[in-house]
Design a protein around this ligand. Structure first.
Ligand SMILES: [Zn+2]
Length: 280
């Protein structure tokens, strides 16, 4: 989410060698995606470590981004961050890092079984984890492919994340839309809305909530009609969501499309890859 903390991250990475490193060459040839699950020192994070590895979460995100021809290797890393609830992309060593602390905070605010809005515990945890990893992947793509950005980079990274996730299978897309929206709505409750909040490089949580739900609704008004019908997205905003989605899709096609190994529009390969990550 925040990129300014990378020097600390590099220092910590140098101090603690990764417990496990999986090198993976993209099965389609070309750039390599590497995933690193650093074993946590705190026993309380052990379950996150085991679950992330079993579900091959970093490999899944890496497989998606592996559809882009990258000029260099990109690393995805799970690690302990000395109490920092964070995730970031570091251009210096071309790596996306997500902290145990951030995932733990997501687990803590997830509903026991289902939220009043019907978001399951599983989606409330997996959704934001994938949304965050795809958001940081957006920063990585901007950097590695030298993508020009009009507007705020944080908004652009959210839009790229949304566009990619909306090309996954309906069930996977629903997981990230529901879970991501739940997470933004939850963090909004603890967000101070004072003058300083408006100075942040990120949008406010409710803005990110509406941007995500608008992209989903704009991608398929029938599939996501409940978002508007249940009042999660105001009609006034919903009217323009198809145009908003098309604008992002057009920019993606123009700027990142030439670097893709496949046709993004159909997304069938992407959906298959995300569903069935091969064993290393
Ligand atoms: Zn960001």
């Amino acid at each position: 989410m925040r990129t300014r903390l990378w020097p600390l991250a590099l220092m910590l990475a140098a101090a603690a060698p990764p417990a496990e490193t999986l090198a993976r060459t993209n099965p389609m040839g070309g750039g390599t995606i590497r995933v690193v699950y650093e074993a946590p020192k705190k026993a309380v994070y052990r379950e996150i470590y085991d679950t992330m590895r079993q579900r091959r979460v970093l490999e899944r995100v890496g497989t998606i981004i592996g559809f882009v021809r990258l000029p260099t290797r990109l690393t995805y890393r799970l690690k302990e961050c000395a109490g920092e609830l964070n995730a970031w992309y570091a251009p210096e060593d071309r790596s996306v890092t997500i902290c145990y602390e951030l995932i733990d905070s997501i687990v803590r605010v997830a509903p026991r079984t289902k939220s009043p809005a019907g978001v399951t515990r599983r989606d409330a945890i997996a959704g934001p984890v994938f949304q965050i990893l795809l958001h940081e992947s957006g920063h990585a793509l901007f950097d590695l492919l030298h993508v020009p950005i009009l507007g705020r980079e944080e908004d652009a990274a959210d839009q790229v994340a949304s566009l990619i996730l909306l090309h996954l299978s309906p069930a996977d897309a629903r997981m990230v839309v529901d879970g991501g929206a739940y997470f933004f709505a939850t963090t909004a409750k603890e967000e101070p809305v004072d003058k300083g909040a408006f100075a942040d490089v990120h949008g406010l949580s409710w803005q990110r909530f509406y941007n995500l739900t608008c992209m989903a609704y704009g991608s398929d008004r029938r599939r996501y009609r409940g978002i508007v019908a249940k009042g999660f997205l105001p009609k006034e905003r919903a009217e323009g969501c198809e145009e908003e989605y098309d604008q992002v899709a057009f920019a993606f096609q123009k700027l990142i499309g030439p670097h893709l190994r496949m046709r993004f529009r159909s997304g069938a390969q992407l959906r298959r890859a995300f569903r069935s990550v091969p064993r290393s």
